[in-house]
Design a protein around this ligand. Structure first.
Ligand SMILES: COc1ccc(OC)c(-c2cc(C(C)=O)n3cccnc23)c1
Length: 121
């Protein structure tokens, strides 16, 4: 976990904005752009206890609510897993979530984070 001293909060924010911009480009349909609601997904709020989406993650980045890239990664994995829980494997939502998860794990791989921690000092 990359603990953040006060002065590097800005650096962390820049990293997270960069990572989110790169990953959100893969969600070209915008299925993960904002919270899923019960109108478009019946029963969603009773099945998914911890909803997460890119807009929520962006506001958390801007309000410095993430203390490490791992914190952000947890929300990102939650967002993908929610979609793979609520939607069946043959749906476009499940398939896109799986792809997002794979590219996210490559982007935020452990070794990448370790090198980043090194450069953050
Ligand atoms: C068809 O157009 C949209 C537009 C926005 C959406 O989520 C923000 C979704 C959407 C996104 C999801 C997810 C992410 O599970 N979903 C599940 C079932 C039905 N719709 C959705 C679909």
């Amino acid at each position: 976990v990359v603990e953040v001293k006060e002065d590097t909060k800005g650096v962390l924010r820049e990293c997270l904005l960069y990572i989110q911009k790169y990953l959100q480009r893969k969600d070209f349909n915008g299925f993960f752009a904002y919270p899923v609601n019960d109108v478009i997904a019946p029963g969603y709020s009773s099945i998914i206890k911890d909803p997460m989406d890119f807009s929520t993650m962006l506001s958390k980045i801007e309000n410095d609510l993430y203390n490490s890239i791992m914190d952000y990664k947890n929300d990102y994995v939650l967002m993908c897993n929610n979609a793979m829980t609520y939607n069946r494997p043959e749906t476009i939502y499940y398939k896109e979530a799986k792809k997002l998860l794979q590219s996210g794990m490559k982007m935020m791989s452990k070794e990448k984070l370790l090198t980043m921690r090194g450069s953050l000092g």
